[in-house]
Design a protein around this ligand. Sequence first.
Ligand code: GSH
Length: 206
Amino acid sequence: MKLFANPTSPFVRIVRMALIEKGLNESVDTAFVDAWADDPAFLDANPAGRVPTLVTDDGVRLTEALLILSHLDATGSTPAVLAGGPAALSAAGIAIGVFDAAVAVIIGRKSAPGFDTGLVGTKRFRTMREGLRRLDAAFAQVRKPVVGEPFVQEPFGLPAIAAVTALDYLVFRFPDHDWRSLCPTVAAFRDAQADRPSVRDTVPRG
Ligand SMILES: N[C@@H](CCC(=O)N[C@@H](CS)C(=O)NCC(=O)O)C(=O)O
């Protein structure tokens, strides 16, 4: 498999984390690309020119992070990251909404000075704040506490992957804001997982 990726994208990160959790990381050739540089091989794989893009061993081109995760689960690889039922998917959806809003701000700034304080930017920042608050409550409900280890969620599915990804991405992109205080449960969970390979080896860097 080949994964077109970059070291900062939260959409890429959830796929990379899932690959590590599933033990598939070694079977993937990860190519870091600049999604704005119009690399021909990358555009051939994904006409939208967005990461993540996965090319399977059969040459099938898969785009959209959640469709890639769905495919990885469907191959029978374990743990299934989309498991856990509606409550888990609900929590994961909130987390994805948070980092999707953050990506929208980063991309919006490319073409519109003052984007953050305009109609769209203001709504996206509200989404980040309110999403983190809501995520904290939802996350506390779906994680399965283990006696003596209150912040461990096994298996480490999409709610955990997306929550860690959302918090880390906001801290990375907007370090002047105090995001952690909005989601103390998620922040404590993230800290407890700092040495987990899927978390440690995918921290956004730029
Ligand atoms: N809905 C897509 C979003 C992917 C996305 O927005 N990727 C960004 C990086 S975070 C990108 O490649 N942007 C380049 C562009 O918008 O042209 C997914 O789930 O994979």
